[in-house]
Design a protein around this ligand. Structure first.
Ligand code: PGA
Length: 268
């Protein structure tokens, strides 16, 4: 099930069924590392997209005993200008939806700081990168995709080699976050984000997208050649990247079958 680039696109009947498969892969990684006496290094994302994944990870922890005590997590990004305790900070998001419900050690749950003096931004970003490296690099990076084609907050033109830095958010990105902040003009104008280069160094990447609003950008990113205007398209150049979609997000992709439909075709 290949897109025209090298990225494997898997199409599921629902976000929940896709997230069950992703959570099982994460569980296998975490348990394999635990058996080796090693930490698993996860790259995590925020937004609406990963919510069913975090629900499933919390369920695996509560009902099936999956432990995150050997996990180090690095989040992709944080709004600039928000305190960690701000209700809309990504630190708060991660606590509400994942970290407060699993047994990850608080000191192992890393998120860029959005609360920095100008002179501290560069050193903070470099320290974030150095910490990822010191932990052995990211084993598995989870991504959503913005309607601009962004991964993390790397908007069109960020460049394939970009590193963790302070970036300006695209108008469309701020419009999409308007509901969370009570208006697009109240959405922070900047964020600290891992760069495309940082993200692409992860050994394995899974990008998720759900719903019709993502269908156009998914097709642009994975049916077309790699383009700087669509940062997600860089995943085509990654040796081990997969795209997990529901049917609506896959609707504009050329010539793909849903996992369930494919099983039927193979059986018939
Ligand atoms: P969303 O955002 O999950 O809220 O759609 C995705 C993204 O911007 O990466």
């Amino acid at each position: 099930m290949l897109c025209s680039g090298a990225v494997r696109c898997q199409i599921f009947p629902s976000p929940e069924s896709a997230c069950r498969a992703i959570a099982l892969e994460m569980k296998a990684l975490v348990e394999r590392r635990a058996a080796e006496g090693r930490m698993a290094v996860l790259g995590l994302a925020t937004g609406r997209t990963p919510l069913p994944l975090y629900r499933e990870l919390v369920r695996l922890h509560r009902e099936e005993g999956l432990s995150f005590s050997n996990v180090v997590a690095f989040n992709l990004d944080e709004y600039f200008g928000l305190l960690p305790s701000h209700p809309r900070s990504y630190r708060t998001f991660m606590r509400e939806h994942l970290f407060d419900h699993i047994d990850i050690r608080p000191e192992n749950a890393h998120i860029p700081s959005g609360n920095l003096d100008p002179g501290d931004i560069g050193p903070h970003c470099r320290a974030y990168e150095a910490l990822i490296e010191a932990c052995g690099g990211i084993d598995l990076q989870i991504l959503g995709i913005g309607r601009t084609g962004h991964i993390g907050f790397n908007e069109p033109g960020a460049g394939r080699g970009s590193r963790t830095s302070l970036v300006r958010l695209d108008h469309m990105t701020r419009t999409d976050a308007a509901g969370d902040f009570g208006g697009a003009d109240r959405v922070p104008s900047h964020a600290i984000t891992m760069g495309c280069g940082t993200i692409l160094e992860a050994r394995r990447i899974i990008l998720m997208a759900w719903g019709a609003a993502k269908a156009g950008i998914v097709s642009e990113a994975f049916d077309n050649p790699v383009a700087d205007e669509v940062p997600a398209s860089y995943l085509q150049e990654h040796p081990d990247a997969s795209v997990y979609l529901d049917k609506a997000a896959a609707a504009d992709l050329r010539g793909h079958l849903c996992v369930e439909e494919k099983q039927h075709v193979l059986k018939d």
